[in-house]
Each structure stands twice: as structure tokens, then as C-alpha cells.
Ligand binder design. Structure first.
Ligand SMILES: C[S@@+](CC[C@H](N)C(=O)[O-])C[C@H]1O[C@@H](n2cnc3c(N)ncnc32)[C@H](O)[C@@H]1O
Length: 439
């Protein structure tokens, strides 16, 4: 009995209500059948091949994901012409089964047995895109197996492998989100010294930022234990123990973090995380979190990255990335415990939280759909501050959004001079207990 239970509102799945309808194949739409003969139509095999291509891609995506994760591609790139037995030994795999996998990959033109296995040009090109497989196949493969069930009324959310989702998402982000996030970070006129990445996954993305900004310290906050474990390992491997803290907590726990220098110079980041909190805790909770954090750290900056939810955009059926990435991505977010919204919706929420929001989107050489949106949030200190932020838009046509409503109070209490020591809110001012930083 599968259990599908991921959140407060999730219920235990009851598969006894699931009525399977098995449709046996017929040739009834076949002219030959209608003519009373058992002969299939002359083009039957052609139509069969055409109609099962998605099955071929389904199997191929799974095989490629596992081969990438097991290190098959890396090992053959490092040591071409390796025999199956040697490769199996090196990767601690069963030689007979690995041989079957390699034969399969040879038929799909990823490897070639050339007196030992080598990568074809297609096989050499693939590893760059491993994170997409890790997130969509490793993370959400199990989700799609539940699709038929979760589409039923009142069904629970589908589950996913959150650790793989977090790691894959961070890997993808290094290509598309990193320039966007760095740009927004650099645009913050406060010169942040600490970046608090809420929902950091395996911290791979945060680590890339720290590697590119040597003066910056990082705090990665992540509730999923599997991701925290990976983050600690990555931190160790990258030699960043002195610059990166990892904390097991949710974004809502931000108030209890013990920020260096009482939070002066802090910037926060949520990349594809407010969408999680939105479905878990509701719109009001997201708004309250932003408001409370800026009440405590009025000079902070907050980078938000989200997808502009446009499931009916013509791009989804016509643009290559629309078809290969955004179309399944949008579906996934409707069946797991997450909620995507449009960028206009997010801008309105930020406005209600009394924040200015400058926007930017991805480099079109990487993703020309414009569907990934970055916001730089700030609390306005004086009238006109939002004008400073209008200029921030890197590659796309200028349409920076100021979410500031000019009728809102524009001067925070205490004036706009240098801040005093920041208050840490909450009833209990101690740092949260499950900090796992190694400092
Ligand atoms: C799609 S991944 C994004 C990872 C990373 N931020 C990135 O840019 O790729 C979403 C992450 O949010 C985490 N998450 C889920 N609910 C959360 C919450 N309430 N607070 C903080 N993180 C949360 C998940 O465990 C997962 O690691």
C-alpha cells in the first residue's frame, strides 16, 4: 500500500478507490479490420513505431539518469576504451547488467564498443545536462507514477524525492539562475556580506555564489535531512567550512537564525522556495515572513527567484524549452505540494508586504522564454527609492516592477540613518537548536 503524505493537508492514499480500466488493443479503427479481414493495414508498423516513441524516450531518460548518477559517463570520459568487467569493478556494479546497459546505450548512440567502451559525441555532450535528469527523472520520476491517482478528486499530493529535486535544481541553477542571482546581489546597494539561502537544497547553488564572491559568507537553511547531509559533504569538499553554515530549518525559522553582526549586511535568498511555502502555509504566511524579516532587518535585501506560471502560453507548445522543460515542470507543480504563480501575482504580494521589487530574467542564450524571474526586494527608505531599482534588468526588455505603493509609509520607524543593532524577533531569542554548522 503506497503512502502519499507530504504535508499537513495531505491524506493517506486510499488506492482501493482506484478503478483500473484495462483497454485491450484492437484494430477497430483499421480499414482492413472493418473490411472483415485479419490483415493489419499496410502502414500498421509505421504507426506503431510513431505512437510508441514516447515510451522509448521514457526508458531512455531513466537509463541516462541512472548511468549519469552511477558515474558511467564520467568514468568513460576519464578512461576511454575501458572493458565492461573493468568498468563494473571500478564503479562497483554487476558486470552482466552493466554490459546490458552499455549495449542499450550503444543502440541509442551514446557509447560505442571500440575495443573497450568509449563515449560517442552524443555521450560526451550529455553530462553537462545531468542536473535536468537529476531533478526531473530522479526527483519527479516517482511523482509521475502517481499521476493517475492524484488526479482524482480530493487525492493527496504526489510524493517526490526531495533530495534529488534539491540537488538537481541547484545544478540547473548554476547555468540559468546564477548569473541572475549574482546580478541582483551586485545590484543591492548595501554590499551584502552574508547571504542567507532559505531552502538551499544541497547548497550547490549557494556554494557557486560563494566561490564567485570571495568576500561573502553564506548560511544555507534547508529542512530536508537528505539535502542537509549532501550540503555538509559538498561544503567539506569545497573547503568552505569557515565561510558556510548549514542549518536544518524551514524558511519560516529565519527569525531564529543567529546572523553575524546582528544581521547588518545580510541578504536573503529564496530560489524556487516561496512556491513551496505558499502551498504549505498559504499566501498570508509568505507575506508575513517577508514583512517580519524586513521589520527586523530593514536594510536587508532579498533575492527571490520563481517561475512565471504561464501554462497557456503558446511558448509551451512551440518553444523547445517550453516543450522539454516548462510543460512538464508546470504539471509537476500542480500535483505536488507546491504552487506556482505569475510574476504579476508575486509583484502584488511584494507590494502588499510594502517592498520594492526590481526584476530581472535569464540570459536568453540559456533560456529565451523569459519564464524564470528574479526579484530584488527591499524596504523603501524614502520616496523615490524604487526609482533606483528600476534600472535593474539585465537582458530582457526593461519592465522592472516597483511593488511599492506610494501611499504606504515610506520611512521606517527610527529614521533612515544607520541602523542600530538589529532586534531578533520571536519569543525566544536563542539560535534555533538544530544548527549543524561546523564552526
Ligand atoms: C526546488 S528546490 C530549490 C533548491 C535551491 N533553492 C535552488 O535554487 O535550486 C526547493 C527546496 O526547498 C526546500 N523547502 C521545501 N519547503 C521549504 C520550506 N518551508 N522552507 C525552506 N525550504 C523549503 C526543499 O526541501 C528543497 O530543497
Amino acid at each position: 500500500m503506497p503512502t502519499i503524505s507530504t504535508g499537513p493537508r495531505a491524506e493517506r492514499a486510499d488506492w482501493s478507490q482506484l478503478h483500473l480500466r484495462v483497454t485491450l488493443p484492437t484494430l477497430t479503427d483499421d480499414p482492413a479490420q472493418e473490411a472483415g479481414t485479419t490483415m493489419p493495414a499496410p502502414d500498421y508498423e509505421r504507426r506503431l513505431i510513431e505512437n510508441i516513441q514516447p515510451i522509448r524516450q521514457f526508458f531512455l531518460a531513466n537509463v541516462l539518469h541512472h548511468a549519469l548518477q552511477l558515474g558511467v559517463f564520467r568514468a568513460l570520459a576519464d578512461d576511454p576504451h575501458t572493458e565492461t568487467a573493468e568498468l563494473a569493478k571500478r564503479l562497483d556494479l554487476d558486470a552482466r547488467r552493466l554490459g546490458a546497459l552499455l549495449a542499450y546505450l550503444q543502440n541509442e548512440n551514446y557509447v560505442l564498443d571500440d575495443g573497450g567502451w568509449i563515449l560517442t559525441p552524443r555521450g560526451q555532450a550529455l553530462p553537462t545536462f545531468a542536473p535536468w535528469y537529476q531533478m526531473l527523472v530522479g526527483g519527479y520520476g516517482t511523482t509521475f507514477q502517481q499521476l493517475g491517482h492524484v488526479l482524482r478528486p480530493n487525492a493527496a499530493y504526489a510524493t517526490r524525492d526531495t533530495t534529488q529535486v534539491g540537488a538537481g535544481s541547484c545544478g540547473i541553477g548554476v547555468t540559468d539562475t546564477l548569473p541572475l542571482a549574482l546580478h541582483l546581489l551586485d545590484a543591492a546597494d548595501t554590499h551584502p556580506t552574508t547571504l542567507v539561502d532559505l531552502g538551499c537544497g544541497d547548497a550547490g547553488f549557494l556554494i557557486e555564489i560563494l566561490n564567485r564572491r570571495p568576500g561573502l559568507k553564506g548560511i544555507g537553511v534547508e529542512p530536508n535531512p537528505g539535502s542537509v547531509e549532501r550540503a555538509l559533504e559538498l561544503r567539506r569538499r569545497e573547503g568552505l567550512t569557515d565561510r558556510l553554515q548549514i542549518v536544518q530549518a524551514t524558511a519560516a525559522d529565519v527569525a531564529m537564525l543567529d546572523l553575524p553582526d546582528h544581521g547588518r549586511g545580510a541578504a536573503f535568498m529564496t530560489a524556487f522556495v516561496l512556491q513551496e511555502m505558499l502551498e504549505q502555509d498559504g499566501e498570508r504566511a509568505v507575506e508575513d515572513l517577508l514583512r517580519a524579516t524586513f521589520d527586523t532587518y530593514p536594510d536587508a535585501r532579498w533575492i527571490v527567484v520563481e517561475m512565471d506560471y504561464q501554462p497557456n502560453s503558446p511558448l509551451l507548445g512551440a518553444h523547445g524549452l517550453g516543450q522539454a522543460f516548462y510543460n512538464p515542470y508546470f504539471l509537476i507543480h500542480n500535483i505536488t505540494e507546491q504552487r506556482l504563480e505569475t510574476s504579476a501575482w508575486w509583484a502584488e504580494l511584494f507590494r502588499r508586504a510594502n517592498l520594492t521589487a526590481a526584476t530581472a530574467t535569464t540570459d536568453p542564450r540559456v533560456d529565451s522564454t523569459g519564464m524564470e524571474i528574479g526579484f530584488l526586494l527591499a524596504r523603501p527608505l524614502r520616496r523615490g527609492r524604487d526609482e533606483d531599482l528600476h534600472a535593474i534588468r539585465r537582458w530582457s526588455s526593461p519592465s522592472a516592477t516597483s511593488a511599492q505603493d506610494s501611499d504606504q509609509p515610506l520611512v521606517r520607524s527610527g529614521g533612515s540613518g544607520p541602523p542600530g543593532p538589529a532586534r531578533r524577533p520571536g519569543h525566544d531569542n536563542r539560535p534555533i537548536g538544530n544548527e549543524v554548522c561546523g564552526q
